[in-house]
Design a protein around this ligand. Sequence first.
Ligand SMILES: *[C@@H]1O[C@H](CO)[C@@H](O)[C@H](O)[C@H]1NC(C)=O
Ligand SMILES: *[C@@H]1O[C@H](CO)[C@@H](O)[C@H](O)[C@H]1NC(C)=O
Ligand SMILES: *[C@@H]1O[C@H](CO)[C@@H](O)[C@H](O)[C@H]1NC(C)=O
Ligand SMILES: *[C@@H]1O[C@H](CO)[C@@H](O)[C@H](O)[C@H]1NC(C)=O
Ligand SMILES: *[C@@H]1O[C@H](CO)[C@@H](O)[C@H](O)[C@H]1NC(C)=O
Ligand SMILES: *[C@@H]1O[C@H](CO)[C@@H](O)[C@H](O)[C@H]1NC(C)=O
Ligand SMILES: *[C@@H]1O[C@H](CO)[C@@H](O)[C@H](O)[C@H]1NC(C)=O
Length: 906
Amino acid sequence: MALWEYTSFIKWLVFLNIFLSNCVPTNFLKIQDLRGVWDVQNLKRGYNLPASVPGGVYSDLMKNKIIDDVFFKSNDINTRWVSKINWNYTRTFTVSEVLLSHSNINLVFDGIDTFARIKINDKHVGVTENMFVRYIFDVESYLQPGTNTIEVQFISPVRAARLIFEKQAHKYVVPPLCVPEEYHGECHVNHIRKMQASFAWDWGPAFPSMGIWKPVYLEAYNSSVLRDVTVEIRSDTAGDHWDITVNVYLAKNYNKDFIQGTVIFRLYTDIEKLTNIYRINITKNVEGDFVFTQTISISKSYVKLWWPNGYGEPNLYILKVSYMDVNKNEKSSKILKVGFRTVELVQNAIQSGRTFYFKINDVPLFAKGSNVIPISILPELGQNETTIRFLLQSAKDVHMNMLRVWGGGVYESDVLYQTADEMGLMLWQDFMFACSMYPSGEAFLSSIRTEVRHQVRRLQYHPSIVLWASNNENEAALRGDWYNTNWNFTLFHEDYVKLYVDTIRDEVLLNDKTRPFLTSSPTNGIESDAEDYVASDPGSNFYGDVHFYNYLFDGWSTLTYPVNRFASEFGYQSLPSTDTLFTATDDPDDLSTNSAFLLNRQHHSSGYEEMQVLIEYQLNLPSRNNTHYNRIFAYYSQIIQAMSVKIETEYYRQWRSNLNNVGEGLTMGALYWQLNDVWVAPSWSSIDFKNNWKMIHYYAKKFFAPVIVKGDKDISNNVHIYVVSDLLKPVRNSVLDIIMFTWDSFLPLSQRTLKIDVLPGFSQRITTVSTFASVSNTNEPCGNLQATDCFLYFTLKDDNNETVAPDNFVFPVPLKLVKLQKPTVKIIDVRQADSASKVFEIEIQTDRIALFVWLSVKNIRGLFSDNGFLQVTPTKMIYFYAEETTPMISIKSSLAVTNLLGDDGI
Ligand SMILES: *[C@@H]1O[C@H](CO)[C@@H](O)[C@H](O)[C@H]1NC(C)=O
Ligand SMILES: *[C@@H]1O[C@H](CO)[C@@H](O)[C@H](O)[C@H]1NC(C)=O
Ligand SMILES: *[C@@H]1O[C@H](CO)[C@@H](O)[C@H](O)[C@H]1NC(C)=O
Ligand SMILES: *[C@@H]1O[C@H](CO)[C@@H](O)[C@H](O)[C@H]1NC(C)=O
Ligand SMILES: *[C@@H]1O[C@H](CO)[C@@H](O)[C@H](O)[C@H]1NC(C)=O
Ligand SMILES: *[C@@H]1O[C@H](CO)[C@@H](O)[C@H](O)[C@H]1NC(C)=O
Ligand SMILES: *[C@@H]1O[C@H](CO)[C@@H](O)[C@H](O)[C@H]1NC(C)=O
């Protein structure tokens, strides 16, 4: 609804008088909002409670104190009954004679979750069955002047999924039957068009929700209504103009087979406001739409380009599109902010395989970012602007330029896409299909066609979206027989093509020809298409994108990682901080990974065992009977996650300009799994459910920095030093210092300084530091010392001594083999650094080199300038940015610091 705009009467009058006619308008399109307080009922159980629309049954039952906070303790399990019974949402509303005088009256649900019968005044209006569709019902004949009743009767989605599954099973079973047992979820979600993760996932609980999750309203008109606007922006072949094709979709008029009126485009460029006015008279096209299409051209000098984060400003321009029927005195408009940019997914044949990278405005760019799971597991809470802004700002702050909106969630709210446009975050947009086979019945495919049409028309104009992709991991699942489909590969392959190619791709191309399209992720792209959409190895390193997970090998060794074209998923689990855990439980015993609480929340099979294995490659866990064991385990799990993803990401970046001897490389993307959380639990997230950055998110600021210097330890323990730059310009005469520290001194043992030119958009090998392997060779970095006694440290400065790349380091051996002395790390001073009392300067002192120094402030929201860092100087200054004005005394009293050898964890 946010996009409807009611221009002031006077302005419109003036406008019309000048441009259109001498007819004086008297009224406008009529909208009657039906949001607000409804009732939610289950008669059998005697519930009749006030409810919110938009909203959902879990939120309503919480507000009415029928159920406790669903995110606390085991309430995901305790409240599951809510999803297994039916719920009615009802309200009354008054309808005026004026509204009823219109010849078209629609009831519009922008989003309804999911299975419902709609009644008005006890008469059947229609049914819904797809959460991702906008439902529009012609309700003219059901309404009466004065009081009316609307009833939305929801059917349990768990029950609905089972019934639909059973019907399908008469033909053949479409697997998987259920989510894996350790998800503690529900079955057959692949048979329904609902957030797939709402029946549980490996990072989230099952909340099979019901409710009216988006606005609902009546709209009345005598002519038509502007329904959707898509904008295809292309650079013309000569290169000096933008061609802007605007498609204006108009609502049908039940009394006519044509729509007349006036369409107005107004584009606010840097130079002037451009206005185009068209008189229209359109009939239905072959797809059944009333669509008015017009291309306008503007000189490129009129607008600035939209650039992703790190490459320039994400310039946006207002395009206002209006439809009016002067004779009927009706007008509706939409205001879009469009961006001028080109996007290309380059898949050129090379000696082995094909390249795979994005080019924006003709600039090849390395995609840096993460995967976004649903903003909330309760759809009604996924619209929260505060959360969305925080998450996207956190992505931007750590130099991300791309996020993937992953296929097991929802098409997110307008706020998310608008924010991504504004922040220059590119979006890889999946359609909502993940980790399953899906049925291919006619009704199901038809519903999906409607869904894709609606979502593409809703989202298409956003410059942030750079790619449409049909599904998550289903090509790999089919090829890899994950769900035992090989008994009839042909059958499931036919279904696959029917859904992702013949339905989704077909519908996308009907509505948007300006973006690349992939059938799956991971996929081999063009090569998968050539292999009838299911490649023999969808995870090939030579084509397309790759998802890579391995929890058995050491995450701190690059030998663990593949060399590929584009890593669109990879990552490691960690536990949230103790403070965050205590928001979901009040029992200290629940911090143990053996507790019923944390076992219920570990949905990844053997998750804690793997975490322990990964920790023990590198670190010595304290004995189980250590009083702080649980805190230390959680903190160590964050160290392991941060360091592993750091090393893996730097490794992918290292390959951006290089091929190895089998032809792998030219890597151009690293999107780790996953940005956010939907509850307090062990997960792959870098930001926890309470919007606290885990250690990995602080590390991302460095490993995604525009320029990095990194050391890659090879199989013979040589360290190859690379400088990788995503910049568009060189940094000449930079100074690279390769420093050797021993663990017990702040003074470097040795230091080598190299003058280098940092080449733009390039990964260059600078030098190799010889082996750490043998013990007493003075040519080696550690000199006469053992490899366990020293580590490498890098700094890169420009000729003005300004930092070019964040400092970095390489540990030659696992830290558990190093005899580290316990440092004393203290906060020695805290100073207020601004007048608003939001920024604080914190001075940290240590008596020897300290590892993974971790600061925390209990109960104060905010972020540190750095955290989890190596401290190689006796003092270090860190800033804390509080979200709100905070007295210094509160900061001082709640600040704490620990490090690898701190005995309290955090
Ligand atoms: C919803 O309302 C209908 C009557 O309109 C009733 O038959 C049905 O039992 C109600 N469902 C629930 C869950 O209360
Ligand atoms: C809509 O059209 C009907 C005739 O079809 C007319 O009676 C009514 O007044 C019109 N409504 C408005 C608000 O103009
Ligand atoms: C609009 O188009 C319809 C159908 O083609 C036609 O019947 C009608 O006369 C046209 N109206 C005007 C004003 O041209
Ligand atoms: C949105 O989320 C924030 C936390 O990020 C919370 O404080 C706020 O209450 C939420 N707003 C709504 C309307 O739910
Ligand atoms: C496999 O499915 C196809 C339909 O796609 C069918 O013709 C064939 O008989 C099936 N084969 C088996 C072994 O069930
Ligand atoms: C903790 O357990 C270890 C053996 O795992 C034992 O050696 C040590 O004495 C125990 N410490 C305490 C404080 O119980
Ligand atoms: C460069 O700056 C650092 C502080 O960041 C300082 O310690 C060092 O002395 C400076 N070096 C030169 C050559 O100015």
